[in-house]
Structure formats: C-alpha cells, structure tokens
Design a protein around this ligand. Structure first.
Ligand code: PLP
Length: 408
C-alpha cells in the first residue's frame, strides 16, 4: 500500500523548518542520519518526565519501570529483525561500536596471526578500521571482494577468496555511497560453506527494508537507531547465542558482572555481559518507539516508497548533462544517489544547494577506499527515506541546474 506521505511528514517536526527565510528544508541526507517523529520524541520525554531511574539495580517503582521500558525496547528490536531471543540483542552506541565489539571480543579471542578476514571495497570505515587495528596488533590478513565498475560486488572473485579459508566475512548489506544492496543471503551461505562466520553491517539496510537474521542465517548484525528514526547514542549488535555466550566482555564495570572480588570477577550472562555501566536508557526507549513507528507503517511499504523515489531520482539526475551517478540501476540499489558534476567540486555543489535549503552531503562519506577505487576524491550524495517526496527530487534537480549555471 502506498504511504500517506503528507501524514508521515506531519510526524517529523524538523521537516517543517525553514532553512532561510521563506526557504523550506529539503532534507536529502537520511543516509547520514534520519529525522525523528513525534512518537520517538514523546517516548524519550515521557521516560524522563515519568519514569527516570537507573535500571537493573533498584527495587523501587521507578527503577522497575525504567528497567521494564529498557527491556521492552530490546524485545521490540529483537522482533524487528526476527532474532530468536531478546537477549541476543546487545545495546551499543551505534553500528561502529557493534562492529568494534565483535572485533575486540570475538576477534581477539578467535583470530591469530595469519588468519584471514574478508571485507569488501565498498565498506564504511567502521567496518575497515577495526580490522586494520587487528591486522596491526595480531597480524591477521585482510582481503577485499572487488567492486565492479557498475557498483556491484564481484562474486566470482569472492568465490576465489573463499578458497583461502577465511575465518570471517564482514560486509555491508547496503553501500552508503553506491546504494548497492548486496546479496547478503548468498554471501553468507557461501561463507558458511567455506567454514567462515559472517558479520553484516546493517547500518543502511535495517532502517530501509525488512531484515530477518534467521532467514539470512547471519552470525552478527550491526545497526544504529539514529538512521532509523531513533535517537543518536544507541545502536545494536545481534549475535548467534552460542557465539555471544563464548565471547569475553568488551568493557568492564557495573552490570556486566555476576560477582566481583578484590582480585577477580565473574561475567554476567548475555546481553548484560556486554553492557557495562549505566546505559543510554532514554535512548533505548526512543529506539523502541522508533521500531514501533516503522513497524506500524510497514517495512515493505517503506522499501517500495524509497524504491519509487530512487527510480524517479535516477531518471531525473541522469538527464543532467555532465552529471554521473555512481552505483547500479534502481532495481539493485536503495535510496542513495552519489554523484559528481563535471568540473565542479562536490563541496561547492552541496554549499550552493544549501542556499536553497537542500541538504545533501559532500565528501568521501567514510568510504575513502571506494572513492579511491573510482579515482575521485569526493561525491555529492542525496539520500531518501520514508518522508522523501518526488517534489524534493525536483527541487534537487532544479538546484543542480542552478549550480551549473553559477559555474558556467
Ligand atoms: N556502516 C555504514 C554502511 C554506514 O553508512 C554508517 C554510517 O553512515 C556506519 C556503518 C556507521 O554508523 P554509525 O556512525 O551510526 O556508527
């Protein structure tokens, strides 16, 4: 069913803003972070106004309420990705911390010098640098599935890399630059056949289409609330139970322990083992509200809307002389259009568009190796979400023509 965009846009207070007098916001930067609906703001505000207390440590009413809200949100998140149990969802700060948790805890326990980790050439830095750090510290080896000229993963090369006996295949579900939606189920199946575990960076997939961890049979999944209409400061790591049970804690402190003595401690069970100290409680409540908001609208409807906007945007952008969009055709990608304009620096494009209230991002989008691959220092990137409209795409196109005129 088509989305009721007018109604959806009314839910997001920032979308009613004027960026300059009389110039409304055209927000095309949801890949960086999404806006937040009233329901999320109200849930967080309500938590602080009514139920504010520290969790897990009190028997008083507020502590119990806060704990219940925090754990209900975990249940919602688990349901959203079809995790077998809520305790397999660990709260982290964001996708970056989730991946670092795996690298630090699973990686430092299971990877030795010479062991191979496979990633791809389209990774965000957050799924590269943790492995670089392990390479420097432990001497693990890294190999990368190449990206083809049209922005797809070269699966033949992947099959060859698998013959080298990797321990882990860590890859992005959807590129934050090319928009490519990678065939995660197939990549995971092939990794498992080769005896490797898998880590899926879901920063750009979980917010935009239904992701089912059991169907994918993925070992670890990382994602961030702020990219899926939730607050900043909270994300999640899903892991298979046997793996999480076998991993040592990531950080030490309160809540992650069962017992502590002066010279020893015993670790708590999952998920608490990985949640040291007072967590982001209000943010967890907001994360839960975000999940409920997206679920009520329906992930399939959201994906269909974004697909239609992306198709329209690619069509319109490709009409513009001297403009090149990176990545595959609309049927293989999500709502991202990263582009360059002949002879005009992407930062200038973004700056001039901002005069018309149009928010796009410019730079390497934390995917510098991918830009190096395409021999460009930067791109301008427009990205779409459930509240994006074709009228906003039209404004972007108009704005780009103005940029071209300015530089002609
Ligand atoms: N992975 C991908 C594909 C991303 O697009 C991003 C953020 O843009 C991240 C990881 C990192 O997310 P966060 O900054 O929320 O940790």
């Amino acid at each position: 069913m088509a989305l009721d965009i007018r109604k959806i846009r009314d839910d997001f207070p920032t979308l009613t803003r004027e960026i300059h007098p009389g110039i409304p916001l055209v927000y095309l930067d949801s890949t960086a972070t999404s806006h937040k609906p009233e329901a999320v703001l109200a849930a967080m505000d309500g938590y602080y106004r009514r139920s504010n207390a520290n969790i897990h440590r009190g028997v008083h009413t507020l502590a119990e309420e806060a704990t219940a809200l925090y754990e209900q949100a975990r249940e919602s998140i688990a349901g959203f990705i079809n995790a077998p149990a809520a305790r397999q969802v660990i709260y982290t700060r964001n996708t970056t911390e989730s991946i670092n948790l795996v690298a630090y805890s699973w990686g430092r326990t299971n990877l030795q010098s010479g062991d191979l980790v496979i990633a791809t050439e389209m990774e965000h830095h957050s799924n590269l640098v943790p492995w670089h750090m392990l390479a420097a510290e432990r001497g693990i080896r890294l190999e990368f599935i190449p990206v083809t000229e049209d922005g797809l993963l070269d699966l033949n090369e992947y099959r060859k890399l698998l013959t080298l006996g990797p321990k882990l295949v860590a890859f992005t579900h959807m590129s934050n630059v090319l928009g490519t939606i990678n065939p995660a189920k197939e990549i995971i199946r092939l990794a498992h056949e080769a005896g490797a575990l898998t880590l899926l960076d879901g920063a750009q997939s979980v917010p935009h289409f239904a992701v089912d961890v059991q169907d994918l049979d993925v070992d670890f999944l990382a994602f961030s609330a702020h990219k899926m209409v939730g607050p900043t400061g909270i994300g999640a790591l899903y892991g298979k139970k046997s793996l999480l049970d076998g991993m040592p804690p990531f950080m030490g402190g309160g809540d992650m322990i069962k017992t502590v003595h002066l010279r020893s401690f015993t670790a708590n069970t999952i998920p608490y083992k990985f949640e040291a100290g007072t967590p982001a409680i209000a943010e967890a409540v907001g994360f839960g509200a975000a999940i409920e908001y997206l679920t009520a609208i329906g992930m399939d409807a959201i994906a269909a809307h974004e697909h239609a906007i992306t198709e329209y945007a690619l069509e319109r952008l490709e009409e513009i002389p001297g403009l090149r969009v990176f990545g595959p055709s609309a049927d293989k990608k999500g709502g991202v259009a990263a582009f360059v304009l002949d002879g005009i620096h992407p930062h200038d494009v973004a700056q001039i568009l901002d005069r018309d209230g149009i928010a796009v991002r410019a730079g390497h989008h934390c995917a510098q190796p991918l830009h190096e691959k395409f021999k460009i220092p930067a791109t301008s990137r427009a990205s779409f979400y459930l509240y994006s409209t074709t009228a906003e795409v039209d404004k972007l196109v108009e704005g780009i023509y103005k940029v071209k005129k300015y530089f002609s």
